[in-house]
Structure formats: structure tokens, C-alpha cells
Design a protein. Structure first.
Length: 218
């Protein structure tokens, strides 16, 4: 039977989480909101609308949400031509594809942003499909992004592993019924990833590749 290796992108394959933190912080600042960077960091990985709601609360002026998201998108877009892949990211995807895994990306990124991330990772030949935020009604931590990735791969949950860097990733994977692997490259502590459902945790793509033989992706 086929197997699916589903990957988050930001913080998992690309070293972009802190770019998101700074650009979200600036978007909030420009709109008159003082949001601590540590709080923004913890929210990275949520879809834009959910991130704004999570950080500003239900009593915010929701009419400002779209402007905040657009400001973040414009600020972050300045980095598209130099987004950095994490060490070992492309090699890991190519190795898994060579080992018979169907590699699928499950990310909140879409459009030009997703294109820039894929160029940075430089492993398109290893990627079977991509499930973006545009394809589902609810983003992580809802299970829909992972479930859609499995549909694209044509693989049942029991034959899949989801790799991510946030508690939102681990929660989404757990709810979708797949085994979850965490990486520390997004800046979230090991204990938090384990508590959210990670079966194993590695430093990043290079660390997972080095220990692949003993991992859930063996």
C-alpha cells in the first residue's frame, strides 16, 4: 500500500516563522495594536483570520481583520525572493519520495507565497501534491488540511505521517488520525509539541533525515 508523508511548510521546511512574527507585529503596530512578539510567535501557523481573532479577541473591530491580513501579506511579500529553506529540507523530501512515500504539503500559504516557498525548498520533483488554505473551509488546528492532503495522496490516515512545527500542526494531525512528528525549527518547545500529540520530535529536517531509520518515517 502507498504511504503519505504530509508536511507543514513554514517553520518545518522553511525558516520563515520569525519573518511572520515580525511582519505580523508590524501590521498590528501600524493598525494601532500593541501585540507582544512572543504572543505572535505562538499564534503563527493559524490561518490569518484565526490568528487575528486569537490575538485580538472577540471584542476587536472585526471589520479591521481584512486590512490586518493584507498588511501582513504585503510586508511578508517583501521577502519572497529570499525565503530560506531549512537545512536538509529538500534532501529529506527527495529521500522520502525515493523510499516510496507520497509527499504532500499542507500549508496555510497559497498563491505567490506558496510558489516562493517551493522555490526555496527546491524539491518539486519529490512533491506529489499541495493542500493549501484555499482548498479547505477551516485551517489548522482543524483536521481538514491534513484530511485534504490525504485525499490528494490517495492514502488512508493509518498509512500517513504528518510533520509540523507548531501545536496547531500536532492538533490537526491528531484529529485527522495520523501519526505526528514534530520539529523544533519553528521555535516551539519539545514539551509543547509532545503534549499536543507529537510521537517523536527532531531538531529540524536535517535532524529527521539523519535519524530517519529510527523514526515514524522509516
Amino acid at each position: 500500500m502507498e504511504r503519505a508523508a504530509v508536511f507543514d511548510v513554514d517553520g518545518t521546511l522553511a525558516d520563515t516563522n520569525h519573518l511572520h512574527v515580525v511582519t505580523w507585529w508590524e501590521a498590528f503596530r501600524q493598525a494601532g495594536h500593541q501585540v507582544p512578539m512572543h504572543a505572535v510567535h505562538r499564534a503563527v501557523g493559524l490561518p490569518s483570520a484565526d490568528l487575528v481573532a486569537h490575538l485580538l479577541g472577540d471584542d476587536r473591530d472585526a471589520g479591521q481583520d481584512a486590512e490586518l491580513s493584507a498588511a501582513h501579506k504585503a510586508l511578508y511579500g517583501q521577502y519572497f525572493d529570499r525565503l530560506p529553506a531549512l537545512p536538509g529540507a529538500g534532501e529529506l523530501l527527495r529521500r522520502l519520495a525515493a523510499d516510496g512515500w507520497r509527499v504532500v504539503l499542507a500549508t496555510s500559504a497559497g498563491g505567490a507565497e506558496l510558489g516562493a516557498l517551493r522555490r526555496a525548498i527546491d524539491a518539486d520533483e519529490a512533491i506529489t501534491a499541495t493542500a493549501s488554505s484555499d482548498d479547505v473551509d477551516a485551517g489548522k488546528p482543524a483536521p481538514e488540511p491534513v484530511e485534504h492532503a490525504l485525499e490528494l495522496a490517495g492514502v488512508p490516515a493509518e498509512r500517513a505521517v504528518f510533520v509540523g512545527d507548531t501545536v496547531w500542526d500536532m492538533t490537526a494531525g491528531r484529529r485527522a488520525g495520523v501519526r505526528c512528528v514534530g520539529v523544533l525549527s519553528g521555535g516551539i518547545p519539545r514539551a509543547d509539541l509532545v503534549a499536543a500529540g507529537a510521537e517523536a520530535v527532531y531538531d529540524g529536517p536535517a535532524g529527521l533525515l539523519k535519524e530517519l531509520a529510527g523514526s515514524p518515517l522509516r
